[in-house]
Design a protein around this ligand. Structure first.
Ligand SMILES: *Cc1c(COP(=O)(O)O)cnc(C)c1O
Length: 398
């Protein structure tokens, strides 16, 4: 950008508003052009033979993808960022980039379930050994690392049950053994946790969630530090994955307001979590910003904020059949919360969480776990909706 001498001191919302493209490079228009492209022309045969110009082919990069990648690099503090078609692709591409036959990967047991599915099916089929570990392992991960451990995969908070990992401790031990540390940081976004500042090598973000922010785009972002950038970018090139230009534009547009949206998600979610903690019919609230939450101290040490996703545990006893009935009564009584997967959009969502894939971090056993995505509606209305759900769930006999 032209007037960028003192960006280093900028606050995050100033960065979100001004990172990525330079309006003066494109006639002063505030937003970058949406470049639809396969072919890029070269001026002469020598340039063509040497591939000697900035843009060479649509799969490689365009001014639109560069604008988003540059904005994300500024937020993440990364050397480079690849843009891929979904959040799940943002998990699978770096795993494929750094793992091969005979290698071992350590994956946190509270991982996003489709990540586990990829590891159990695709990675094992490719001859990669997969071990799941306790999200609370911390520096104890040392005992699980083998000579062929190439990647340690983290996700914090854990999916649905919100376990907070000690990322700096895990990164330090993993690096001692030469393993690459990856983190799925979708929950916090780089605004509330900056993985690369805590020793992570590869930061993964389902941009489908908060960056897109409107439940209408699927996209993934993977950002790497200097040491790992080339290998990550090569994998993306070799696999032939790239992002749709219109969606890339929408995610850059989403970034402009992500700071204020997140602040609102955080405020409403925390208000609701505090309000329902200890209510009749609620046996627990899994929200890292609540002082009673087991990972709260580490969250407070490392994170700058909490986003709008957390879970509640309803009363229900250990019977799975009763738990299901109570969960369904809760969900079916909701009038504002939609029943749907994904999150990070403007609208609130609820889902009965399935934890039967877990092998170590089994989650609460004494009632059904309901994950809530707190949207941008008025918090009082959302609370009243949750109260309707709790009433309905209480009426189901235990
Ligand atoms: C949603 C999500 C993904 C996958 O994103 P999609 O765009 O839906 O494929 C990956 N990781 C986490 C933690 C997610 O919540």
């Amino acid at each position: 950008m032209t007037k960028s001498n003192n960006r280093a001191g900028w606050g995050v919302n100033t960065r979100l508003a001004h990172s990525g493209n330079d309006p003066h490079e494109y006639h002063g228009f505030v937003n970058p052009p949406v470049v639809h492209a396969s072919t890029v022309l070269f001026p002469d045969s020598a340039t063509m033979e040497g591939l000697n110009q900035k843009y060479r082919y649509g799969t490689h990069a365009t001014p639109t993808t560069d604008a988003l990648a540059d904005a994300v690099n500024e937020l993440e503090g990364s050397a480079g960022t690849i843009i891929v078609p979904s959040g799940l692709a943002a998990v699978t591409v770096p795993l494929l980039a750094f793992l091969g036959s005979g290698d071992h990967v350590l994956v946190v047991d509270s991982v996003y379930n489709p990540t586990r599915r990829f590891c159990d099916n695709m990675l094992r089929k490719l001859g990669v050994e997969v071990t799941y570990y306790d999200p609370l392992v911390g520096a104890g991960i040392d005992a699980l690392i083998k000579p062929n451990t190439k990647v340690v995969f983290t996700e914090s908070p854990g999916s649905n049950t919100m376990e907070i990992q000690d990322i700096p401790a895990i990164a330090e031990v993993s690096h001692k053994h030469g393993a690459v540390v990856m983190m799925d940081n979708t929950w916090a976004t780089p605004l509330y946790f900056k993985p690369l500042d805590f020793g992570v090598d590869i930061s993964i973000h389902a941009a489908t969630k908060y960056p897109a922010g409107h439940s209408d785009v699927l996209m993934g972002l993977v950002s790497a530090n200097e040491k790992h950038w080339r290998q990550l970018e090569d994998a993306k090139t070799n696999l032939g994955v790239c992002a749709n230009p219109d969606d890339t534009y929408l995610v850059l547009r989403g970034l402009r307001t992500m700071g204020v949206r997140l602040a609102q998600h955080e405020k409403s979610a925390l208000e609701i979590a505090r309000e329902i903690e200890g209510r009749e019919g609620v046996s627990g609230v899994l929200h890292p910003a609540l002082p009673n939450f087991p990972g709260h101290e580490i969250w407070k040490r490392d994170f700058k904020g909490a986003s709008g996703l957390f879970s509640i545990v309803l009363d229900g006893g250990p019977s799975r059949a009763v738990q299901r009935k109570k969960a369904h009564a809760f969900l079916d009584a909701l009038q504002i919360f939609g029943l749907g997967y994904s999150w990070g959009g403007f609208e609130s969502l609820a889902v009965h969480v399935w934890l039967e894939d877990r092998t170590i971090a089994e989650g609460p056993a004494m009632g059904p776990v309901i994950r809530l995505q707190i949207g941008l509606e008025d918090a009082a209305d959302l609370l009243a909706d949750i109260e309707r759900g709790l009433e309905a769930s209480k009426r189901v006999a235990g």
